[in-house]
Write a protein that binds this ligand. Structure first.
Ligand code: NAP
Ligand code: GLV
Length: 322
């Protein structure tokens, strides 16, 4: 009897064990486990004879990659966002694409709130002050933060995560505005939110939180003009994608205190280069793209990514198809 030939699969980075074991039980798996992501050349070489790719940014799936991997049947992204994948190019060649929605919604909403509150209360600055022995004692005029309770929150992109962020705002007695391509009356009612145009949202919000997908229409959506429309006392929070914001314009707005501060989990370039202008500002709180980073959530994402990949190899519809 001929030995069974298992499908070759390339996993672009280490994933939680449960997902990996699921793949290893059925496939011939290679995991890229170096500290830095594979270079483009290394990636294309690794995918040459693979049928499955478990991917994520910064890996770009485009025509050139698909040319270099003619046997590829499925690209399973270990993320909900698929802006690193040319989905149309995959579709044209019959390559299936999967992602990991829902299981991370609450985790990302929680991280959004962690950033919003930490920026409002200058938590990082205050922590450094205490650790550095620079705290001169309690004074009524020192280290004021921004009121969150009763403030206005503007949510740009009212999808799963945007709505979860809005639901949490009710506990803070906030007025919630959102901008969206279409009205969502049910979600509006559940979250107590009101739909407005982006201009109005920017003018009236004390906190602006970005939750739209990165697409040609949302790339650079928040630029110099939009930042000018925001209140000087306002805080911008971005847990969506760095490229939705013009980061150079944001640095300028923060430097000149045209806006009060920013809480950022995502950046124009990731990882953020050492010495980048954004890292020199006192009025920002920066986290390294940790929106979904809990053991439970990342394990669920790995299991979904594995299920998507295995379904694609069998030629079945993916449980979470893009
Ligand atoms: P979702 O439910 O699909 O919501 C995304 C929203 O983006 C859509 O509902 C839509 O808002 C808006 N949108 C999509 N395409 C657009 C376009 N072409 N033009 C304008 N708006 C568009 O996705 P989700 O699960 O909430 O995730 C949202 C994003 O969060 C992901 O795409 C990802 O980039 C980011 N994310 C980040 C982390 C992290 O670790 N920081 C983790 C997970 C996700 P409207 O329908 O209201 O127009
Ligand atoms: C992470 O950024 C995701 O899109 O899931």
């Amino acid at each position: 009897m001929k030995p069974e030939v298992k499908s070759k699969v390339f996993v672009g980075f280490p994933i939680p064990q449960a997902g990996l074991e699921k793949l290893q039980a059925q496939c011939d798996v290679t995991v890229w486990d170096k500290a830095e992501a594979a270079s483009r050349e290394e990636l294309l070489a690794a995918l040459r004879d693979c049928e499955g790719f478990l991917s994520m940014a910064p890996y770009r799936v485009d025509d050139a990659l698909l040319d270099a991997a003619p046997g590829l049947k499925v690209v399973s992204n270990h993320a909900v966002g698929v802006d690193n994948i040319d989905v149309a190019a995959c579709k044209k060649r019959g390559v299936l694409v999967g992602n990991t929605p829902d299981v991370l919604t609450d985790t990302v909403a929680d991280v959004t709130w962690a950033l919003l509150l930490a920026t409002a209360w200058r938590v990082v600055e205050a922590d450094e002050l205490v650790r550095g022995g620079q705290w001169g004692g309690l004074k009524p005029t020192d280290y004021w933060g921004a009121d969150v309770t009763g403030a206005t929150l503007g949510i740009v992109g009212f999808g799963r995560i945007g709505q979860a962020v809005a639901r949490r705002a009710r506990g803070f007695g906030m007025t919630v505005l959102y901008s969206s391509r279409e009205a969502k009356p049910e979600a509006e009612q559940e979250a107590g939110a009101r739909r407005v145009e982006l201009d109005e949202l920017l003018r009236h919000s004390d906190f602006v939180s970005l939750h739209c997908a990165l697409a040609p229409e949302t790339r650079g959506l928040i630029g110099a003009e939009q930042l000018k429309q925001m209140k000087p006392s306002a805080i911008l929070v971005n847990t969506a994608r760095g490229a939705i914001v013009d980061q150079t314009a944001l640095v300028e707005a923060l430097k000149t205190t045209a806006i009060r501060g920013a809480g950022l989990d995502v950046f124009a370039v990731e990882p953020v280069p050492q010495g980048d202008a954004i890292t020199h500002l006192p009025n920002v709180v920066l986290t390294p793209h940790i929106g979904s980073a809990t053991e439970k959530t990342r394990t669920q994402m790995a299991l979904i990514a594995a299920d998507n990949l295995l379904a694609g190899l069998r030629g079945e519809r993916l449980p979470h198809a893009v």
